[in-house]
Design a protein around this ligand. Structure first.
Ligand SMILES: Nc1ncnc2c1ncn2[C@@H]1O[C@H](COP(=O)(O)OP(=O)(O)OP(=O)(O)O)[C@@H](O)[C@H]1O
Ligand SMILES: [Mg+2]
Length: 406
């Protein structure tokens, strides 16, 4: 395999030579760009662009934003090196579209690890890049599973899961399934006004169905949008009968039975949810801008960073469930140590109406800003916008909550 080529923009010759030595020592081919214009010109010929300290009219942040605003360069990852550990500077880079930010001074091994991770992640997105199917619909080649989970209940998990499933099912009728793994009090059927005849409690009693795609499809209930639904058990006590091994087998078979799988994973972290994270390509994590919710998310991310199960699958959605903004998106991002992929606006009426009538926002209020955002989220979570999987995380470990400005 040819060595990956990296384009490096660094105005300071000594610092530039340092980065070049580390990367060429690991086997990468490094090209030094003289200035911003040369970076823009040469970026498409490289697998990664590193923007280090830049002097000149345009700052590193400007150049990063320019690269990201160029559609033909969307598949080239950008790693920015900030001059200090200042969180504001790092957030500015992320806002400009950097895929990762590393602070000076750094250890050679950190640079190597981040470069390798970015190259791998973008290679994966390229492998999953959209293909045009015979009916002209843009689809990813790989089958994909998207889970929605929140460590706190009542923050919009089911609203998001149902809307993103309905939005994508409209493009692929009978090829998308939504599984309600919020097993005790699953709300998917209510949000879609469905009365399922069979649920997951029936599926786990049928060993053959957990193995055979066609049989498993027969347990689903079809929604008018063309979405298939595997409903949660009707009685909360039946949740106990669904084990981690069941969840793993059911998801494996669903990926054979359908092109796309959406999972409402609820808000209870247990081994069944860990099995969901293992199977999912993207994990959508709704957060709402309030300290208790952020604390819970922080604890979840710390735990998952240790298990390594989440990796770069996380896609944070800031769900504004309050009329007034309490924390700013930037505060939420610094608490999470990660960029928020998408923001859902507050609406006093349409979400509530949607649940009460059992008609998801993307259908019942199709022209609303909320619907537009939910459709965008659906495309982004499945990589149908050509962007790939989740928005990359700034770093594995979340930043401290103490940095929140009130
Ligand atoms: N951005 C928003 N603005 C206003 N209301 C919202 C918003 N998002 C969700 N809601 C409302 O909040 C309520 C809870 O939403 P939802 O049932 O999706 O949350 P959940 O996390 O799945 O809850 P549970 O833990 O009970 O399963 C619903 O009535 C929904 O309509
Ligand atoms: Mg729910």
């Amino acid at each position: 395999m040819p060595a990956s080529s990296i384009l490096l923009l660094e105005s300071d010759p000594v610092a530039g030579a340092g980065v070049e030595t580390i990367l060429s020592g690991t086997g990468y081919v490094v090209t030094r760009a003289a200035d911003a214009d040369e970076t823009m010109r040469l970026a498409a010929d490289h697998q990664l662009v590193i923007i280090d300290v830049v002097t000149g009219v345009r700052s590193g942040i400007d150049i990063c934003a320019e690269l990201r605003a160029t559609p033909s360069l969307s598949a080239v990852p950008v790693l920015c090196i900030s001059t200090s550990d200042d969180v504001e500077e790092r957030i500015r880079f992320l806002e400009a579209g950097a895929d990762d930010v590393m602070a000076r001074p750094f250890d050679a091994r950190e640079l190597e690890a981040r470069v390798e991770a970015l190259l791998l992640r973008f290679q994966r997105s390229r492998d999953l890049s959209p293909a045009i199917s015979t009916d002209g619909v843009v689809m990813t080649r790989a089958r994909r599973a998207v889970a929605v989970f929140s460590p706190k209940g009542g923050v919009g998990t089911t609203t998001i899961a149902t809307n993103l499933a309905v939005a994508v099912a409209a493009r692929r009728p009978n090829q998308v399934v939504l599984v309600d793994l919020a097993l005790q009090f699953g709300g998917v059927a209510t949000h879609l006004n469905l009365r399922p005849r069979q649920t997951l409690a029936d599926v786990v009693r049928d060993d053959a169905a957990m193995r055979e795609a066609e049989l498993l499809r027969s347990y689903s209930t079809t929604h008018s949008s063309g979405l298939h639904v595997l409903a949660a058990p009707a009685q909360p006590e039946a949740a106990e009968t669904v084990t981690q091994s069941h969840v793993d087998r059911i998801l494996g078979t669903l990926l054979d039975a359908y092109e796309l799988v959406v999972i409402d994973a609820g808000s209870t972290l247990d081994e069944r949810v860990l099995a969901v994270f293992e199977r999912a390509d993207t994990v959508v994590l709704p957060v709402y801008p309030e300290i208790a919710a952020l604390n819970a998310m922080h604890a979840l991310l710390e735990y998952l960073a240790e298990t390594g199960v989440l990796g770069s699958k996380a896609l944070f959605v800031l769900n504004n469930m309050f009329a007034r903004e309490i924390l700013k998106p930037r505060d939420v991002e610094s608490a999470l140590g990660s960029k928020v992929g998408l923001e859902l606006p507050y609406d006093p009426f349409i979400y509530l109406k949607a649940v009460n009538e059992g008609i998801p926002v993307v259908i019942g209020a199709a022209r609303s800003v909320a619907a537009e955002r939910l459709v965008r989220l659906s495309s982004s979570a499945f990589g149908l916008d050509g962007v790939g999987v989740a928005r990359p995380q700034e770093e594995r470990r979340p930043g401290g909550l103490f940095r929140i400005r009130r």
